[in-house]
Design a protein around this ligand. Structure first.
Ligand SMILES: Cc1cc2nc3c(=O)[nH]c(=O)nc-3n(C[C@H](O)[C@H](O)[C@H](O)COP(=O)(O)O)c2cc1C
Length: 355
């Protein structure tokens, strides 16, 4: 297959891939800029940046300054397209979105709850807004709400299927039958849901599919089925440019299919992670209760949460597998070596071309 570019309005992306945002320091400036330099869109995840100790007294300022630092660092390494991924459930989401726009970011991706109010947080019409959704119904609801309230539509939509990493937009019951909600089932629904809004607003709304996409052939199949591009994250963890500790990457390399599990996250959503010592301690209820260091999530129920997810994800980033929660996609067990972003994209490119 000839590789089609991805066009999001006036943003031209030669290789139709978004490296998915990976929160709490998994996708930082080095990874995002490397992907942008290879012709895709690189994403910095805005959640969980900044020193935890300092955040305890000055959460908003510490997070904002850390995000500014990452954006400037990424921009010093690439002129290619960069996106910021912001969880809608962050208590400081609005501030981080407005900070990103002030720093010149032109693509905002938002998920982990339907980003119904995203347009009112961005008053620059040149900034592209990409909601993450997990069904045709959710796409319709977001686009209908944006159309009615703000007379605007999405610049692209990211469809995240049930095999994705991190927090998932599916119930535990739905995750037990992933084939029923596979990307090949959901993609036609989402394409149909965006069509009336494309007609009304007189422009294309590219649908980008993600969750479990692993090879160039997988990408080609999605493009053939009508996706304008793909979002991939798990494969980018085991790259030289991903800034997590070597132990985090090793957990991916050592994992077997059975080690990839669904957890009930304090965020209030199911999440996918590698079953390591931290999760075993949690199952055995041997974790010490933690105090909430700062209110970073609007949906975290502190009274029942058994651990601080921000702290657990930072520990994973630092390589502490006894205290760290290692998020991953369903296909993490298939990753078997650490490569450069250049090598990974070259492999994917060859796979699409050979399809
Ligand atoms: C370690 C990790 C952290 C993630 N964190 C976030 C996040 O903070 N926000 C988000 O919208 N998606 C997050 N995701 C989801 C990815 O952006 C992506 O859409 C998904 O994982 C794609 O599936 P794949 O990993 O099978 O390629 C995360 C995924 C992983 C593996």
């Amino acid at each position: 297959m000839k590789i089609p570019p991805l066009d999001i309005g006036d943003i031209h992306v030669p290789f139709p891939l978004i490296q998915g945002g990976m929160g709490v320091r998994v996708s930082l400036a080095r990874l995002a800029s490397a992907v942008a330099n290879e012709g895709g869109i690189g994403t910095i995840a805005a959640v969980g940046l900044g020193d935890i100790e300092a955040s305890k007294t000055d959460f908003e300022n510490v997070s904002r300054n850390a995000l500014i630092h990452e954006i400037r660092r990424a921009k010093s390494m690439t002129d290619g397209p960069l996106a910021i991924n912001i969880l809608g459930v962050l208590s400081n989401a609005r501030d981080l979105i407005q900070t990103s726009v002030r720093e010149g970011i032109k693509i905002i991706v938002s998920g982990a709850s339907l980003p119904l109010k995203l347009p009112e947080m961005v008053d620059d019409a040149t900034v592209k807004l990409l909601p993450i959704i997990s069904s045709g119904r959710a796409a319709d609801l977001v686009l209908r709400t944006w159309d009615k309230r703000y007379a605007r539509t999405a610049d692209a939509v990211i469809l995240e299927g049930p095999l994705a990493g991190g927090h998932l937009g599916f119930s535990f019951e739905q995750l037990r039958e992933p084939e029923k909600y596979s990307l090949s089932v959901l993609l036609p629904e989402v394409l149909a849901a965006v069509e009336p809004f494309e007609e009304k607003h007189g422009r294309k709304i590219p649908v980008i599919a993600g969750g479990g996409i692993f090879t160039g052939a997988d990408i080609a199949r999605m493009l053939q089925a009508g996706a304008a591009g793909v979002q991939m994250a798990t494969r980018f963890v085991c790259t030289d440019e991903c800034e997590v500790a070597p132990e985090f990457k090793q957990a991916y390399l050592d994992s077997k299919e059975d080690d990839i599990v669904i957890i009930d996250s304090p965020v209030g959503l199911p999440g996918r992670a590698i079953r390591n010592q931290f999760l075993r301690n949690l199952e055995n209820d041997t974790l010490a209760r933690l105090k909430c260091p700062y209110r970073c999530l609007t949906t975290c129920n502190i009274a029942v949460a058994r651990y601080c997810i921000a702290q657990a994800l930072v520990s994973a980033y630092q390589g502490d597998m006894d205290r760290g929660l290692v998020f991953c996609g369903q296909n993490a067990y298939r990753v078997n070596k650490v490569v450069s972003v250049k090598e990974l994209i070259a492999e994917l490119r060859a796979g699409i071309e050979a399809y």
